[in-house]
Design a protein around this ligand. Structure first.
Ligand code: DGJ
Length: 776
């Protein structure tokens, strides 16, 4: 899996190779990252230079031995020696210069993964990983860099991280150090990023790369919904099922940075790591600094295949092992149903109804503590609000457990309201700067996670509640970005952001160790911290506060480029939707939420009988396909997302396909349903899930379908519609894998003429689920 054939290193996964060459000067040349290669290829992969290039500096100007670093694809460059591509490192050296020159010194190979004491690290239960450590040394000073490569053979992932050691007598200032960097030839690439904001997370953007530097980063103190840390570099023309693409993601929850730099000779350098902005680490004598781990993959088969590598890696090596491959429960969360306005009775009624519908986990969201009747106060306090919960949390959890449901609770542990008991007692726990009025976000400040007393306080308070309630689940929320960054507990404020994240990881690791069975779902105003770092502590993340199924299609699609369905938490909520005012059918709300971890976030009392019956049926369906929906292989399609979208999951011989009509077209085209990943030689049974159509969908048109005339604005219409629904067309067919993959001809959609039971009635926001199973 890792070979050293002097002067070459080859790191291999099941279908990928990554090759490096030690140059005569000791610099490392990046030779290759792509589909598997032969050993004989190695001699031909290096940069072939035959004459001096104009305007280029030679590192070594011996006759016949010119080494122009700027023209070579490097594996990890230094600064100030003639490579003018963006450097992955910035150090103030003992001689006060910024010039560094790291060259090969030695290497070592070990079984497994190099552990870390402070940073989240993948694990390997199958003993399928190997690690290569290449040590570089600065040519002048005793400063060392370890480049660490781990191959995750089966899942086609290579991870990288960097450790820098200072063995000089002086402290040096580390201003930038990337977890990885490498160069490829390429002037034909685009960059795919997931950008957005609150309630519009993970919107896919494609940026063409030309000469210059392109950056995807966050500076909010978290990994941020403005720019997710995952980045794909794709050759022009690549789509979901075709083309060359490289994927990068960082196992980190703080300020991240990915740069793609295209040089004047068409070399593309890509690097990923901690954001160097406002970063300055004092590297004292005989100490080291370890970067977070970055995750790399490649596919020559397009974006779906690349995502499968990322998904398999997360399911097998990232999420806490207690939850590996374990089906996640269906949730009822109290937030959108009640917000802060609840009492024990309301909660119990909600739980009872949820239980009767088949829901398995009851989660009490924000508002159960202190003076928290709105978002003005209470964060930081953990005393239960007995006015709302007359038997306390223990009484509530006991009742929920007695019903046969699991009990979960919301916390926002990293935050404090200036109006809180904690702030009265310990104002110094909050992050702020003397002499400045701190900026507030949602009326709250951030707790100084660098302060060991703050960490101890959080762990103690949460532990008491876990013990008291026998808690099964935690929703770990975080609702504001950082400002006024300052902590007394570090010698240099350039260490602030990273030290905060180390503090957070410390708290999460301690709680995980103490309560390994607790299912943690992390959240940050929706998806403001959707990253691999958080996934090592909690296997699922609240994707977005936007639960409108149509808005959610692009959010879930975006997130799926890097993260599997088992991590994506989706809730069905009310219609019209609170953030978009869009009215959507209950079926579509489910049909979108089912592609991930399903939950409900509404007050069932506000639903009509038709919706309640639909939910009951949906939950039965979800349960029978849950494992496939959470752990199956997910496929995206190359469709026009303004008109129609499709999602598919495949697991063994079963495929579940969602077909979503975003907007209805008048007199539409006849359509096909393309199914992916079928065996061309097999026969499949295709069936669409039954759907009832509420009469309201048709308004006055209903008179054409029913034998009696009804006024849609009158009580009689409403009464009848409670009991009577029309049937939507269901489709059933036996098809070969080949036909399914080319496209099954669907039944006609409503064309503005007549309704009958064979007509698919979708309209705006309509959708259908297809189950495709191998015929027995
Ligand atoms: C933001 C989260 O995204 C919501 O789901 C909810 O938990 C609120 N915070 C509670 O304040």
């Amino acid at each position: 899996m890792i070979k050293f054939i002097e002067p070459y290193f080859i790191i291999e996964t099941k279908s990928l190779s990554y090759a490096i060459k030690i140059l005569e000067t000791g610099h490392l040349e990046h030779l290759y990252f792509g589909d598997k290669i032969l050993e004989t290829d190695l001699d031909f992969l290096h940069t072939k230079l035959s004459a001096k290039a104009r305007g280029v500096i030679d590192y070594l100007e011996e006759k016949g031995k010119d080494i122009p670093l700027d023209l070579i694809c490097l594996e990890f460059s230094s600064s100030g020696k003639g490579d003018f591509k963006l450097s992955p490192i910035e150090l103030k050296m003992p001689d006060q210069s910024f010039v560094s020159d790291f060259t090969y010194q030695k290497h070592e190979m070990i079984e497994g993964i190099l552990p870390s004491d402070t940073l989240p690290t993948p694990y390997d239960d199958e003993k399928n990983t190997k690690t290569l450590i290449i040590t570089l040394k600065d040519t002048k000073f005793n400063i060392y860099i370890d480049l660490i490569y781990t191959t995750y053979y089966d899942v086609n992932i290579i991870s990288r991280k960097t450790i820098i050691r200072n063995n000089e007598k002086e402290t040096i200032s580390l201003r930038k150090i990337m977890s990885m960097s490498f160069d490829i030839y390429g002037s034909n690439y685009d960059m795919l990023t997931l950008d957005g904001g609150a309630i519009k997370e993970a919107q896919k953007h494609i940026t063409p790369i030309a000469q210059g530097t392109y950056i995807n980063s966050s500076i909010t103190g978290n990994s941020s919904y403005k720019h997710n840390p995952g980045v794909i570099l794709l050759e022009k023309g690549t789509h979901e099922d075709f083309g060359n693409c490289y994927g990068f993601n960082l196992i980190y929850s703080g300020n991240h940075y990915t740069a793609i730099d295209q040089s004047s000779h068409g070399i593309l350098r890509v690097m990923q790591g901690i954001n160097p902005s406002m970063f300055e680490w004092d590297l004292n004598t005989n100490t080291s600094f370890e970067t977070p781990t970055t995750v790399l993959s490649f596919s020559s088969k397009g974006l779906n295949d690349l995502s499968h590598h990322m998904h398999d890696f997360i399911n097998k090596h990232i999420i806490p092992r207690q939850f590996k491959g374990v089906d996640r429960p269906i949730v009822i969360n109290s937030w959108e149903g009640f917000y802060f306005d609840f009492n024990e009775k309301k909660l119990i009624n909600l739980a009872k109804k949820a239980k009767s519908l088949g829901i398995e986990l009851f989660v009490l969201d924000d508002g159960w503590f202190s003076s928290r009747n709105n978002d003005l106060s209470g964060l930081g306090d953990y005393d239960v609000n007995f006015k709302k919960l007359k038997h306390g949390l223990r009484g509530l959890s006991h009742k929920i457990h007695q019903m046969g449901m699991k009990f979960g609770l919301w916390f926002e542990p990293e935050m404090i309201n200036p109006v809180s008991k904690l702030y009265e007692k310990h104002p110094e726990y909050a992050i702020k700067i003397e002499g400045r009025i701190p900026a507030l976000g949602r009326h709250q400040l951030v707790l100084d996670m660098i302060n060991p007393l703050v960490r101890k306080y959080i762990i103690n308070e949460i532990s008491k509640i876990i013990d008291d309630t026998n808690l099964d689940y935690i929703k770990w929320d975080m609702n504001r970005d950082m400002t006024d960054m300052y902590s007394k507990h570090i010698p240099n404020q350039g260490m602030f952001y990273h030290s905060y994240i180390l503090g957070l990881y410390d708290v999460l690791s301690q709680l995980r160790k103490k309560y390994p069975h607790i299912l943690i779902e992390t959240c940050a105003s929706g998806g403001n911290r959707f990253d691999l770092g958080m996934l090592t502590y909690g296997p699922q993340i609240w994707t977005s506060d936007n639960t409108d199924p149509i808005a959610r299609l692009s959010i879930q699609k975006g997130i799926s480029y890097f993260y599997p369905q088992s991590c994506i938490s989706n809730h069905v909520s009310m219609s019209p939707h609170e953030q978009t005012l869009r009215k959507t059918p209950i079926d579509t709300r489910f049909n979108v939420s089912m592609f991930g971890v399903l939950g409900y976030e509404l007050d069932f009392k506000l639903l009509n009988t038709f919706e309640i019956n639909s939910i009951k049926k949906h939950i039965e369906i979800y349960k029978s396909y849950r494992h496939i929906l959470q752990f199956g292989q997910f496929y995206r399609f190359n469709e026009d997302p303004k008109v129609r979208m499709n999602f598919q999951v495949s697991f063994e011989d079963t495929h579940v396909l969602g077909n979503y009509q975003v907007l209805a077209e008048p007199n539409p085209n006849l359509e096909i349903l393309k199914i992916k990943n079928l065996n061309p030689t097999k026969i499949y049974d295709l069936k669409s899930m039954e759907q009832k159509l509420p009469l309201e969908k048709f308004g006055h048109l209903i008179s054409h379908a029913l034998p009696i005339k009804l006024n849609p604005n009158k009580a009689l219409f409403r009464l009848i519609s409670r009991f009577k629904q029309l049937d939507n067309a269901t489709e059933e067919a036996h098809i070969s894998g080949n036909v399914g993959m080319k496209g099954y001809k669907m039944q006609q959609q409503f064309m503005g003429t007549y309704y009958n039971e064979q007509t698919r009635m979708l309209g705006d926001f309509g959708s259908q689920i297809y189950i495709i199973k191998e015929s027995r």
